[in-house]
Ligand binder design. Structure first.
Ligand code: DGJ
Length: 569
């Protein structure tokens, strides 16, 4: 009996240990439709930088780490090449992976590994030679005229099993070297999947599946009309079939990897950019202008149904069209999909996108190609002299065009990264991003409005000038009922009571109790000085490349108080 009790206790404690260990793996947490990436038990704001495609090599990694450090990133996204880890079928070489992990640790950086497997930008260029040179065993996609494409067929189980085998081996290895350290915090499965060159696979095996009924459970979950792909999807049958086949294949790969080591896994998206070429031609063409069957906007529902092992569908954003960015944020930031941007231009535009995404719950952001010099902003339409001569406080207060360095963004969030991620999870982060013609904006917080004015100088009584490249951006976090953390670039921020509240109760006003400049050290706020006078009278000012973090406390008092008035007489 004693033995039995002992045995039960040992088993129970083993279970607790295993659970504690598995709870500790980086994972996604959802709270009220918002998400956080939890690393070592705490929300983690992924301040990423993706290195160039051919940079995960001993010769090029030193420059990559320096670039990540220079931009104050906390995470590097780095490719793992199938052709390199499995040069011969079944024989694995994880030398570069070990190097990535060890060197990332030396540089105090986390890693997102990018699995360049069956798909890379809608093609198959990273599959090993033994696959490339054997299309009989490892079939390619065929276009409608039978041309063999440089895209693997997603309808081939040989292809899928080969990728699953390699990816599972990779995840097993990552667990063995990193299961206790969590340097690797997330994994991208494939890269911009889908097919370039054809709307779908027309190979004999694919054609047979296309003519058969769509899988019943899949059709049920999407409430499709039972029947074949044409019955179910009508004019979208080809692309929907491509999406299902690709999602199903990648789901199998991800599931095989998660069975070894269940890190959060995502797929990045080469989404469908709008075309403005011809009237009445409002859709780009699948397989030509974007890889057909990837997790593009129109395929999200199919991917969610067919690829439950993929935690995030994550758009790569390469455009300076801010309206499009807003649209993509709204499309991919869903209750069933954390918002994450694994790629963007690494230029002066990335700051405003990063801020906007953060204000919409993004768990992270990562510009692409950080190991080459980043492009600063060029003022679009005004010379520094023109801007400096704007009058008012202008000339004497040094109002020149402030060059934007993409690296400045993450520097702000390095120390308070955990606080920002936690506030994000709690839905307490708000951002304002400058747009042409909108140099003054209000952020409606639950208890007050933050009035943001972009560009300097801001002479009294005038509308703010904005910045030449619309680069202003601000973040406000609600810390308490009337307490806020504020920072940003090229902007001033002041607080007012919301008009609606004043209409209901006009006899009230708001004023600053105290504004502290400071920083978080190991999660604890440390004030360096109290701001007052010129630093607060016209709002908090954020005009430098290294803006301060400001914690401001406000209070309300009546406009007129009969009792106080009498007492003063
Ligand atoms: C998007 C891809 O995902 C990256 O790997 C890289 O090829 C970039 N495009 C290049 O702009």
């Amino acid at each position: 009996m004693k033995k039995l009790i002992l045995c039960t206790l040992v088993l129970a404690s083993l279970h607790v240990q295993i659970k504690a260990q598995s709870d500790n793996i980086p994972h996604l947490e959802k709270r009220d439709n918002r998400f956080a990436l939890i690393v070592d038990g705490k929300p983690f704001l992924l301040l990423g930088g993706q290195i160039n495609n051919s940079s995960s090599w001993p010769a090029t990694l030193p420059a990559a780490w320096s670039a990540a450090e220079a931009m104050h990133a906390n995470t590097v996204e780095a490719p793992v090449y199938w052709e390199q880890i499995e040069p011969t079928k079944g024989a694995f070489d994880f030398g570069n992976v070990d190097l990535l992990v060890n060197q990332a640790r030396e540089h105090h950086l986390r890693l997102v590994l990018l699995w360049f497997g069956t798909w890379k930008n809608g093609q198959d260029h990273y599959v090993p030679e033994w696959i490339k040179s054997d299309p009989k065993t490892y079939p390619r996609q065929e276009n409608a005229y039978g041309k063999l494409l440089d895209v693997m067929s997603p309808s081939s189980s040989a292809n899928m099993e080969a990728d699953k085998h390699a990816f599972a081996a990779l995840m097993r290895h990552v667990k063995s070297i990193d299961g206790a350290n969590h340097t690797v915090i997330m994994v991208q499965v494939e890269n911009e999947s889908g097919s370039i060159g054809s709307i779908r696979d027309f190979s004999p095996a694919a054609q047979k599946s296309f003519e058969a009924d769509a899988p019943a459970d899949f059709a049920r979950s999407l409430h499709l009309r039972p029947g074949n792909w044409v019955t179910a999807f009508g004019p979208d049958a080809d692309e929907s079939f491509a999406a299902y086949s690709t999602a199903h294949y990648i789901n199998e790969v991800a599931a095989a990897g998660k069975a070894e080591y269940p890190l959060p896994m995502y797929c990045n998206v080469w989404f469908a950019y709008p075309v403005h070429a011809l009237e009445n031609r409002d859709r780009p063409s699948a397989g030509q202008e974007y890889p057909s069957g990837g997790p593009q906007q129109a395929n999200i529902a199919i991917w969610k149904a067919a690829a439950p092992s993929i935690d995030i569908l994550a758009p790569d954003f390469y455009s300076d069209d801010f309206t499009l960015f807003r649209n993509i944020v709204a499309t991919y930031g869903r209750a069933d999909n954390p918002l994450f941007f694994p790629e963007s231009h690494f230029d002066a535009t990335f700051g405003r996108y990063f801020f906007y995404a953060l204000g919409h719950g993004a768990i992270g952001f990562s510009p692409f190609g950080i190991d080459r010099p980043a492009q600063p902003a060029q003022p679009a339409d005004r010379t520094p002299a023109q801007v400096a001569g704007f009058g008012g406080l202008g000339a004497s207060s040094g109002a020149a065009v402030r060059p934007v360095n993409p690296a400045e963004n993450y520097a702000l969030f390095n120390a308070p990264e955990a606080q920002i991620a936690q506030l994000n999870l709690e839905g307490k982060l708000y951002t304002a991003v400058e747009e042409k013609g909108a140099a003054r904006q209000s952020i409606h917080l639950p208890t007050a409005d933050a009035v943001v004015s972009f560009g300097f100088p801001q002479p009294d009584g005038t509308y703010p000038p904005g910045t030449p490249t619309s680069q202003g951006r601000v973040i406000v976090a609600q810390l308490g009922p009337l307490e806020f953390l504020v920072t940003g670039f090229d902007a001033s921020v002041s607080f007012t009571l919301p008009i609606a509240e004043l209409q209901k109760q006009p006899n009230q006003q708001i004023e600053i109790l105290q504004a502290e400049e400071g920083q978080y050290v190991d999660g604890v706020w440390q004030a360096t000085r109290i701001l007052n006078g010129d630093q607060t009278d016209r709002g908090l000012n954020f005009r430098n490349a290294n803006p301060p973090l400001v914690r401001i406390r406000l209070h309300k008092l009546p406009l007129y108080d009969e009792a106080v008035h009498r007492g003063a007489e």
